[in-house]
Write a protein that binds this ligand. Structure first.
Ligand code: GLP
Length: 235
């Protein structure tokens, strides 16, 4: 695990953008694993900026998002589909067919999970996976207690996750109870992983990640067994 401490959110975003730039220059048809939330917004802004400066293109890139809420329409502003469209996809030259996000409205959610997992495999696997971290150590929506063997699955959101994410909804009651998320094993299969964490609230999770052993009670700890992980963090 490589640890990079930064002083500002902007610095974290630029460092992460450098990793994506390197990846896209080395392999223009990269498969990228993407995340939502507050942590990657600055990174996406920077990627759009560099794309507009023609540093790289997304025309051959495929993307797989980590997760999506169950029961929220892609058109809804609170969906991760909308988030990705707003912060990245609408501003770069990615092909619509190359964008993949779990379908939280699928009539059969279990089948949707299997389909999503297979699609990742068929694409050749994820080259570079972006992650945030929940205050309870969740990655994607893999809450404490999730099996390290998990593949893409339907998850019940923890209370503190619903509270943390309620800032994006009119009220906590409206935060969905379920989501589809890549599993821990799905994430571990990525060739390279970058995790972003910024702010006082995240530092307890980062300290735990540094100090504690590997346990399903703290999902991010599994990353310690991955050969190529970079944590970019600051308070
Ligand atoms: C959310 C998302 C995660 C994200 C994390 C941190 O619940 N499902 O994928 O990484 O929590 O979010 P933020 O960056 O807003 O703190």
């Amino acid at each position: 695990m490589r640890w990079i401490e930064v002083d500002t959110y902007q610095e974290m975003s630029l460092k992460a953008a450098d990793c994506f730039e390197q990846q896209l220059l080395q392999k223009p048809d990269s498969v990228l694993g993407l995340a939502t939330g507050g942590s990657p917004i600055g990174l996406y802004e920077e990627l759009v900026k560099r794309y507009k400066q023609r540093v790289f293109s997304f025309s051959q890139v495929k993307t797989f998002n980590l997760d999506e809420y169950v029961g929220v329409s892609p058109a809804d502003v609170t969906s991760y589909h909308s988030y990705m469209e707003e912060h990245l996809f609408s501003q770069v030259d990615i092909e619509k067919n190359d964008i993949h996000i779990p379908n939280g409205l699928a009539p059969n959610l279990q089948e949707e999970c299997v389909r999503y997992e297979q699609l990742i495999l068929q694409s050749g696997g994820i080259d570079l996976q972006l992650l945030g971290i929940g205050v309870n150590g969740h990655i994607g929506f893999n809450e404490p207690g999730t099996s390290f063997q998990s593949k893409t699955h339907v998850v019940t959101l923890a209370d503190d996750t619903r509270a943390a994410n309620s800032i994006y909804f009119p009220s906590k009651q409206e935060v969905p109870e379920y989501a589809i998320s890549m599993g821990i094993e799905t994430i571990m299969q990525a060739k390279e992983i970058i995790l972003l964490a910024f702010g006082e609230q995240k530092m307890r999770a980062i300290e735990r990640l540094k100090q504690e052993g590997i346990s399903e009670d703290f999902p991010a700890s599994r990353l310690k067994e991955h050969p190529n992980v970079t944590i970019i963090y600051g308070r």
